[in-house]
Design a protein around this ligand. Structure first.
Ligand code: G3H
Length: 489
């Protein structure tokens, strides 16, 4: 059990004796499938939230604080100290990733290692950016020394599905560019920060990183309403992002760095290599049970191959092993949100009432707190599973005859993150790709959708994202270009 009874403000781990909230895992350690108590977290109030805001504002000190004015090498040294200490906590964090969010062992280890790599890559990118941008230029007789400066105080909120990695893809670039941060973790995947709090405290100057716990409306709302936040950095849902943005008195001046929802489609053309398409669609729809913004959330399969696709795809889905995250070969693991199986069942019921069938034998079976992935076919626009971002184990398959159908649906969609395109004929693929890149931000040819490698731009159109979060782009997202101009060099 972890009883997190401190929060990090002004460089101090302050004791908390007020309200707390219990954190449970849906993974059961008993035969009666009761959730397992993992620990408790503080439920801070408005005063503590504003204390964190004061701490971050003082550390930034309108751009004149120690951190925003610190030399590049010194800021890098703090980051290196942090990552060195973080690496010693790998086992503890990986174990908590498995218990808190049910991520299987290989993926939990990958999340940790990817985050460490991301920090080192960010340090390198920052060195390059500094060398590249801190340069002299001469145009029309004016010399300019161009550099990149911080934006101010950042409120950062991360998601439950990548509570370490995605959180850090916001925190790390924000910090290294000289901003100060108030971070509130998500409700799930919150205890895994406990082993890292001291590393934050030891590595960064007072007030640069502040970590608070509690309900959004009690802690995030007063921070936004104060109007003293310069950047809202959030990976999660647009409802929360919109609400927080609107609470800021100058919401149109606020810098937004947002990673939001998506409904990434796969389009399987009649000449596709079916084995490859099926393998990639399995990974795309079901890794981490489909709880990824980049997951494939609707499969468009051409009518000439749809029956064959459904048969072979369903067999592969049914063959996936369900187990606890640490079980060898477990691809399907317990869902961390207790109400998710009931929601998935609602989507299945809605689709079947409107004419779809569950194609795979095990689809919809319940196991402990899990619902086995259901492959639904034929799915039509009226069904909720077509319209909603299911973020879980249910797979809608849509039959198409004319390529205009998935293209029109994508054009009408509120989202525009990625697409997977499966086919062989270059003459067909080339013009299609030219259209698809105008509808989404990444076209994956004969492969499933994903965020990595982290040097590639991670963003989206429409309601899917604001700003870009690759190793290099994130540095730009959390900074502004400034320069010194002179007529003499
Ligand atoms: O939830 C959204 C994540 O950014 C997905 O990342 O494609 O590496 O799993 P991933």
């Amino acid at each position: 059990l972890i009883h997190q009874n401190t929060y990090l403000v002004s460089g101090e781990l302050k004791p908390w004796r007020g309200e707390t909230s219990e954190v449970y895992s849906t993974i059961s350690s008993t035969k009666d499938y009761k959730p397992t108590l993992l620990g408790t977290i503080p439920i801070l109030g408005e005063n503590e939230a504003l204390e964190a805001l004061d701490s971050a504002s003082q550390a930034y000190n309108k751009g004149q604080g120690l951190w925003p004015t610190m030399k590049v090498v010194d800021r890098i040294a703090c980051m290196e100290k942090f990552v060195t200490q973080m690496k010693t906590k790998r086992d503890e964090v990986v174990k908590l990733l498995m218990w808190e969010i049910g991520k299987n062992l290989p993926d939990s280890e990958k999340e940790f290692d990817r985050t460490v790599d991301y920090i080192y890559d960010t340090i390198e990118a920052y060195k390059q950016l500094d060398r590249h941008s801190a340069k002299f230029e001469k145009n029309d007789g004016v010399y300019a020394h161009i550099r990149r400066g911080p934006l101010g105080v950042v409120l950062c909120l991360g998601p439950y599905n990548y509570p370490l990695n995605e959180t850090f893809t916001l925190l790390i670039p924000a910090l290294i560019m000289g901003n100060t941060v108030i971070f509130k973790p998500a409700k799930l995947g919150v205890l895994l920060l406990s082993p890292l709090l001291e590393a934050f405290q030891n590595s960064f100057p007072k007030g640069v990183v502040n970590i608070i716990y509690g309900r959004g409306r009690t802690v995030a709302t007063p921070i936004m309403q104060s109007g003293r936040v310069d950047v809202l950095a959030l990976i999660g849902n647009s409802k929360s992002a919109n609400a927080l943005q609107n609470q800021h008195p100058k919401s149109n001046r606020l810098r937004l760095v947002l990673g939001l929802e998506a409904k990434n489609p796969a389009i399987v053309l009649p000449d596709a290599d079916l084995d490859l398409a099926i393998e990639e669609c399995i990974a795309g729809t079901l890794s981490f049970n489909g709880q990824r913004c980049t997951a494939l959330k609707v499969l468009y399969v051409h009518e000439a191959i749809v029956d064959e696709f459904n048969k072979r795809f369903s067999e592969k889905v049914d063959a996936l092993k369900f187990g606890n995250p640490w079980d060898n070969g477990a691809k399907l693991t317990p869902l961390p949100e207790p109400d998710k199986p009931a929601y998935i069942q609602e989507l299945i019921d809605d689709a079947t009432q409107k004419g779809a069938k569950v194609v795979n034998q095990k689809g919809g079976q319940t196991l402990e707190n899990y619902i086995f992935p259901a492959v639904l076919y034929p799915v039509t626009k009226e069904m909720r599973v077509f319209q909603e971002e299911q973020f879980g184990p249910v797979i809608p398959v849509v039959c198409f005859t004319d390529i205009e159908q998935p293209l029109d649906d994508m054009a009408e969609s509120n989202y525009g993150q990625q697409v997977s395109l499966f086919g062989k004929d270059v003459k067909t693929l080339a013009p299609l790709i030219d259209t698809l890149v105008n509808l989404v931000c990444r076209v994956n040819l004969n492969s499933s959708c994903q965020r990595g490698p982290d040097v590639y731009p991670f963003t989206g159109r429409k309601d899917s994202a604001v700003a870009t979060l690759s190793v290099h782009d994130a540095l730009r997202s959390f900074s502004i270009r400034t320069f010194v101009a002179s007529k003499d060099n």
